[in-house]
Design a binder for this molecule. Structure first.
Ligand code: SF4
Ligand code: SF4
Length: 143
């Protein structure tokens, strides 16, 4: 099994340093890969990253909520062009660098969402795909 970063990720990067096997990698370009991603072949399921995420975006793969009830105000980020994701998120990461995500949507209080996937996008698949032949994977660290 593996841990998975869901679309609640806003790239603040707090999870990266605690990973003992260094398998959490920033998505690049952000227009196509807006989240950080966990390499499922390297993750040892230690769970150290989970409490580090201020947006509670990381889950064990078999514990990703299919009926997450929003507090209200959370952002979900998707690749640019995803229908319905029209808000722009502007924030900072944990090094006070700007984070701008151009395809997000803000959840309403009480809204129930499936964090395993939405709009044809699947969280676990996206994490795995980022380390496949058609995505940067670890090369993003040099980009
Ligand atoms: S569960 Fe552990 S090994 Fe897997 S990504 Fe998180 S910190 Fe890294
Ligand atoms: S700590 Fe959370 S928001 Fe920050 S990069 Fe990791 S998963 Fe994304």
């Amino acid at each position: 099994m593996t841990h998975v970063i869901t679309s609640l990720c806003l790239r603040d990067s707090s999870c990266v340093e605690v990973c003992p096997v260094e398998c959490i990698i920033p998505g690049k370009p952000e227009s196509k890969w807006p989240l950080f991603y966990i390499d499922p072949d390297t993750c040892i399921d230690c769970g150290a990253c989970v409490p580090e995420c201020p947006y509670e975006a990381i889950f064990a793969e078999d514990e990703i909520p299919t009926d997450y009830t929003a507090m209200g105000g959370e952002y979900l980020a998707m690749p640019e062009g995803t229908p319905g994701y029209t808000e722009v998120y502007e924030g900072e990461n944990d090094q006070d660098e700007p984070v701008i995500l151009k395809a997000t949507r803000i959840l309403d209080e009480g809204e129930v969402v499936d964090l395993t996937g939405d709009a044809g996008w699947n969280a676990a698949q996206a994490n795995a795909d980022y380390f496949g032949d058609d995505a940067p994977g670890y090369d993003a660290l040099d980009m």
